[in-house]
Design a protein around this ligand. Structure first.
Ligand SMILES: C[S@@+](CC[C@H](N)C(=O)[O-])C[C@H]1O[C@@H](n2cnc3c(N)ncnc32)[C@H](O)[C@@H]1O
Length: 337
């Protein structure tokens, strides 16, 4: 094994922004989709995905070295590499929508990270002149891209966590910040007695009716639009996946207060699916997500102690943190009477 000189290793890290954009171009053009049936000559590939051959060749050289594609430069033929299937549209572990969303909504703000480090203001707010979710909500295509990325996260990155969410004995589960209903529909399939509510901002939750209907659980899942800082629907179990990490402790406590008020039973269950910085096999993913929270919103990833303190200060008792094989944990808590 060759060891890289430190300067070269750092140079590779510095080039991360270029690799991200190269992945974006390949994902957006549908290069991996086009290669599903086998290797394709570069010129034919370029033609069929609408890119120019020379830029595509140079982009694929980089992504070939990263194991995304296998690029035979002698024959000028391209195939999927070991990671290629993760860019295939709708594949079981596809992150294609994440590639699109991150480059279209996260990439530009990160040019302002210096501003965040010196002022504490999220980079997205410096770049867009308004809070990230406000900016996102201004444009329906942008919102759709982001929501699709969340669905990719669910299928490709967080399955381990959802298989650990236990809803035995639950009557009505409210998925707070439930986006397009993908998460709750999956859980409802596993728990045929459970009824549920997908709750999210009105413009986000609009697509959820179709998702729950398509998954055959539309008769048990209702869809409600609203603002979780104002009010959330009533239930005996609350689910919040990847939601509280978007917010500061003070904001997260306000959301938890709304859940406390709306809970239909004194000891209502609260299930959070989040990363926990000191638990789980993939701390780098949690650390990178923490940087995402720093740059985009006022949120943060949290340690077990942070979660315990936040929950206790909001009238909930942390009961268990369950690690999974993936980067996410299941945090189980109960409302204190
Ligand atoms: C990171 S996404 C997670 C979505 C989903 N729970 C998942 O795990 O795929 C955060 C969600 O919170 C929603 N959200 C943000 N502000 C909200 C508000 N004030 N009221 C209700 N939902 C909100 C967003 O629209 C988004 O769907």
């Amino acid at each position: 094994m060759t060891t890289q000189a430190p300067a070269v290793a750092t140079l590779r890290l510095l080039g991360g922004f270029q690799v991200s954009q190269a992945l974006y171009v390949a994902a957006r053009a549908g290069v991996a989709d086009r290669l599903l049936d086998g290797p394709v000559a570069l010129g034919v590939l370029a033609d069929s995905v609408g890119l120019r051959p020379d830029p595509l060749r140079r982009i694929l050289r980089v992504l070939g070295a990263e194991d995304v594609f296998a690029f035979d430069q002698q024959q000028d033929v391209v195939a999927l590499g070991p990671l290629g299937h993760t860019l295939v549209t709708g594949g079981a572990d596809s992150v294609r929508s994440i590639a699109l969303a991150w480059m279209e909504t996260h990439y530009a703000p990160f040019a302002e990270l210096w501003g965040t480090a010196t002022t504490g203001v999220p980079a997205a707010e410096l770049a867009f002149g308004r809070p990230f979710f406000d900016w996102l909500g201004q444009d329906s295509a942008r919102t759709a891209t982001f929501t699709a990325a969340m669905a990719d996260f669910t299928l490709a990155v967080r399955q381990h966590a959802f298989s650990r969410v236990e809803l035995d004995g639950v009557g009505t589960v409210v998925d707070v910040g439930g986006a397009d209903g993908t998460v709750l529909a999956g859980l409802a399939e596993r728990y045929p007695a459970v009824r549920g509510v997908v709750f999210d901002l009105p413009h986000v939750v609009r697509g959820a009716e179709a998702v729950v209907r398509a998954r055959g659980v539309g008769d048990r899942i209702s869809v409600v639009g609203g603002d979780f800082f104002v009010e959330v629907p009533s239930g005996d179990c609350y689910l919040a996946c990847f939601v509280l990490h978007d917010w500061s402790d003070e904001q997260a406590a306000r959301i938890l207060a709304r859940i406390r008020e709306a809970a239909a039973v004194a000891d209502a269950r609260l299930v959070l699916v989040e990363t926990v910085l000191d638990v789980g096999p993939a701390p780098q993913v949690a650390q990178l997500l923490d940087l995402t929270m720093l740059g985009l919103v006022a949120g943060r990833e949290r340690t077990t102690g942070d979660w315990r303190r936040l929950l206790a200060g909001s009238g909930f008792r942390l009961e268990r943190v369950r690690a999974t094989e993936g980067p996410m944990c299941v945090i189980e808590a109960r409302r204190l009477p």
